[in-house]
Design a binder for this molecule. Structure first.
Ligand code: TMP
Length: 207
């Protein structure tokens, strides 16, 4: 049994997830929550090494990649997220199972149902109360990265077609579960996005 509040952020690379999840974390903290802000890959002790292999290492075969993301998730959920939720904390997390469904289950040539099964097993069936999907045109993300002078990681270097498949899978996942997803246009101003997120989360907040 968990009593806390679990909220995840999803979207293509460069959608502004971190900015929005930080703003929400601050908002929840002002409302008296203990807030745990985490991310996948990389939220746990093991996760930092897995993140490094996945984003900055050499070639990873699709099935190995799917397993590494799932392994990182299993560790993060068991070590960080569940204990926090059991304490009644709010967990705000950048990326979760939907990332694997979009990137591995649609970006890569892997069966979607197997990726879902693997990840539900890894996370022991934990799903967030709300998932904010910041929908972004992949070409806009490339522009933002260039403007910020950021170097692309292993996934960001994938072809435009890969990122288009990821985006349409995200939108498909959101259509299938409208009660969990809040879909927002990532091109909107930061404050406008934050206000829409708060509007969706406020009814779930206990005080
Ligand atoms: P980010 O944390 O900077 O967004 O980078 C994580 C990258 O890893 C991003 O390109 C998406 C990708 N990813 C997957 O392919 N599958 C997953 O399950 C997760 C969590 C991330």
């Amino acid at each position: 049994m968990t009593t806390g509040l679990f909220i995840t952020f999803e979207g293509g690379d460069g959608a502004g997830k971190t900015t929005q999840s930080e703003l929400l974390a601050k908002w929840l903290s002002k409302r008296g929550y203990e807030v745990v802000h985490t991310r996948e890959p990389g939220g746990s002790s093991l996760g930092d090494s897995v993140r490094n292999v996945l984003l900055h290492g050499g070639h990873v075969m699709p099935r190995a990649e799917a397993l590494l993301y799932a392994a990182d998730r299993a560790q993060n959920i068991a070590e960080v997220v569940r204990p926090a939720l059991e304490r009644g904390a709010a967990v705000v997390q950048d990326r979760y199972i939907d990332s694997s469904l979009a990137y591995q289950g649609a970006g890569r040539p892997l069966p979607q149902d197997e990726i879902r099964h693997l990840n539900v097993w890894a996370a022991q069936g934990l799903w967030p109360a709300v998932t904010v999907l910041l929908d972004v045109d992949p070409s806009l993300a490339v522009e933002r990265r260039a403007k910020d002078g950021q170097k692309a990681d292993r996934l960001e270097r994938e072809a435009a077609e890969f990122h288009k498949r990821v985006r349409s899978e995200y939108l498909e996942l959101a259509r299938a579960e409208p009660e969990r997803f809040l879909v927002l246009d990532a091109a909107l101003p930061i404050e406008e996005l934050h206000a829409a997120i708060v509007e969706r989360v406020a009814p779930l907040v206990s005080n």
